[in-house]
Design a protein around this ligand. Structure first.
Ligand SMILES: *Cc1c(COP(=O)(O)O)cnc(C)c1O
Length: 432
C-alpha cells in the first residue's frame, strides 16, 4: 500500500523544515541550539515510551532498571560539570524547573521579587506565567539602565522593606550577570530564598565565562538544557543545599508525571562534551558576540549597552525604533533567512509588546556550527544591507544561503562516526 497522502504531507513538512532551518538559514534565536551528532542519535531510544515516576531506586512503576542508572549518571555528570552538590534533572523544561523551584520555596499568598519584564525577564517570572499560576504575589526589582543590570542599592532596600519569601534573578535578554551575592546577602538576612534562573547562560557557565550563581550564594539555580547549553530540550535545578534539594525533588511530581526520559542520555553526552570543549565553545561565543555587536554598530545600527561593551553573553540586542520597530525588522530578516526575534527593551511599555523597540540575536548556534568573528562581521553587514540600506531581502537571502553552506558540521561535540572509537553501536540510528 502506498502511504496515504496525509502522511506524505506530514513527511514533506518536516523535510522542508529540516532543510530550511538546518541548511539555508542563519539561526540567531538566542534560546536555540543544536545537539551534536552523537547526542542527537542517542535521543531516539526506547526510554521515550516509558514512565519512571519517583526517584532512582524509589519508582512507582517497574521496569526502571536502566532508567535509574542513566538518570543517576546524568545528574552526577551535571553535578561535576557545574561543581554543585545536587542537580535535579526531571524538570522537562526551564519553565517547569521554575515552577518546581518556586512552589518548593514559596506558598500561595507569599511575595516574590522578580526582574522586570521590560528589563528582560521571562514570562515564567510574571503574573501571566508560573508565579501567577502559583498565586505568588510579585513586585519588580528596579533596573538601572546605566549598568544595564538590577539596581543593587534600590533592590536591597526593597528586599528589606517588603520582606519577600523569594527573590528571583536571571533574564531572557541577559547581557550582564545579575549581582547574586549582594542580592543573596540581603535576601538571606530577612530569611528569603534566592532562585537564579540561568536558562540562557547555562552553556556559558559550563564553559566558565559566566559565574555559577550557586557558587555566589543563590539557594538554587534553574535552567534550560537547550539554549547555550547545547543539549536536548529540557530543564534542571541545581543547588548545594540538602534542604533545598529535598524540597525541590519532593515538588517535581506536581508538574511532571513522565519526565521525557529519552532526553537524559543526550543530556549526559552533552555534559561530557562541555567538559571537553565547553571552554573553547564559550570563549568563542563571547568573541563572536562582541565582533557582531561592533560591526552592527559600525554599519549604522544601534546596539544596546554600547558603553558597557555591548554584552558579556551570547546575546546582542539592537534598538530598531527608527527602522519601523522590532516586529517589522524581525520579519524582513526572516525573508532573507536570518532568523531572530522581536524583543522588548527596558523603555518599552506593556502596550508596545506587539511591536517592541528591539530585536534580539544570539550567536551560540552558529558558533556551534563553526562560525567565528569574520563570519559574524559578514552577517552584521547582511543585516545592515536589509535594515539600514533597505536592500531587497530576497537578494540578500542568496548570500545567506551561500554563507550557511560552508557551516554545516557541528563543532565542540562528539561526532557519532569519528568519536566512538571506530565502533559502530548498531542501536544508534546514525542516519538522522
Ligand atoms: C527560556 C527561558 C525559560 C524557559 O525555558 P523553557 O525551557 O522554554 O521552558 C525560563 N527562564 C528564562 C529566563 C528563559 O529565558
Amino acid at each position: 500500500m502506498s502511504l496515504p497522502s496525509d502522511v506524505v504531507e506530514v513527511l514533506e513538512i518536516v523535510k522542508r523544515h529540516n532543510s530550511w532551518r538546518r541548511f539555508e538559514c542563519i539561526n540567531l534565536i538566542a534560546s536555540e541550539n543544536v545537539m551534536s551528532p552523537l547526542a542527537r542519535a542517542l535521543y531516539i531510544n526506547d526510554m521515550m515510551h516509558r514512565y519512571a515516576e519517583g526517584k532512582p531506586g524509589k519508582r512507582f512503576y517497574q521496569g526502571s532498571l536502566f532508567i535509574d542508572l542513566i538518570e543517576t549518571k546524568t545528574s552526577e555528570l551535571l553535578s561535576r560539570l557545574f561543581d554543585v552538590k545536587f542537580v535535579e534533572v526531571r524538570a522537562i523544561s526551564g519553565s517547569i524547573a521554575n515552577a518546581i523551584a518556586f512552589k518548593a520555596l514559596a506558598n500561595a499568598g507569599d511575595t516574590a521579587l522578580v526582574p522586570a519584564l521590560q528589563s528582560g525577564a521571562h514570562i515564567s517570572h510574571t503574573g501571566f506565567g508560573v508565579l501567577g499560576a502559583l498565586g505568588i504575589k510579585h513586585f519588580e526589582l528596579p533596573f538601572d539602565l546605566e549598568s544595564w543590570n538590577i539596581d543593587v542599592d534600590k533592590s536591597v532596600k526593597l528586599i528589606e522593606s517588603l520582606k519577600p519569601r523569594l527573590v528571583v534573578l536571571g533574564a531572557s535578554l541577559y547581557l550582564f550577570p545579575h549581582p547574586t551575592k549582594q542580592i543573596a546577602d540581603a535576601a538571606h538576612s530577612i530569611g528569603a530564598r534566592v532562585v537564579h534562573d540561568v536558562a540562557h547562560v547555562l552553556g556559558l557557565i559550563a564553559g566558565k565565562t559566566w559565574p555559577n550563581p550557586v557558587h555566589e550564594g543563590a539557594d538554587a539555580a534553574t535552567a534550560s538544557t537547550h539554549k547555550t547549553f547545547p543539549g536536548p530540550q529540557g530543564g534542571l535545578i541545581m543547588t548545594n543545599s540538602d534542604e533545598v534539594y529535598k524540597l525541590v525533588s519532593n515538588n517535581v511530581l506536581t508538574f511532571v508525571s513522565n519526565h521525557h526520559i529519552h532526553r537524559l542520555p543526550a543530556t549526559a553526552v552533552t555534559a561530557i562534551e562541555m567538559m571537553h570543549f565547553g571552554k573553547d565553545y564559550a570563549e568563542q561565543i563571547i568573541r563572536n558576540a562582541k565582533a557582531f555587536a561592533e560591526e552592527l554598530t559600525a554599519q549604522g545600527l544601534t546596539v544596546v549597552a554600547e558603553h558597557l561593551g555591548y554584552t558579556a553573553s551570547h546575546i546582542v540586542a539592537i534598538d530598531v525604533r527608527k527602522f519601523g520597530g522590532g516586529a517589522k525588522v524581525a520579519r524582513i530578516l526572516e525573508d532573507a533567512n536570518i532568523i531572530a526575534n522581536k524583543n522588548v527593551l527596558p523603555w518599552d511599555k506593556p502596550q508596545d509588546a506587539s511591536n517592541p523597540s528591539g530585536v534580539r540575536f544570539g550567536v551560540q548556534e552558529m558558533t556551534r556550527f563553526g562560525m567565528r568573528e569574520g563570519e559574524f562581521r559578514e552577517i552584521a553587514r547582511l543585516v545592515a544591507d536589509i535594515v539600514v540600506r533597505g536592500f531587497e531581502p530576497l537578494t540578500i537571502r542568496k548570500k545567506v544561503i551561500e554563507l550557511r553552506k560552508e557551516f554545516t558540521k557541528i563543532r565542540y561535540g562528539f561526532d557519532a562516526w569519528e568519536n566512538i572509537g571506530g565502533k559502530v553501536y548498531s542501536f544508534i540510528d546514525l542516519s538522522m
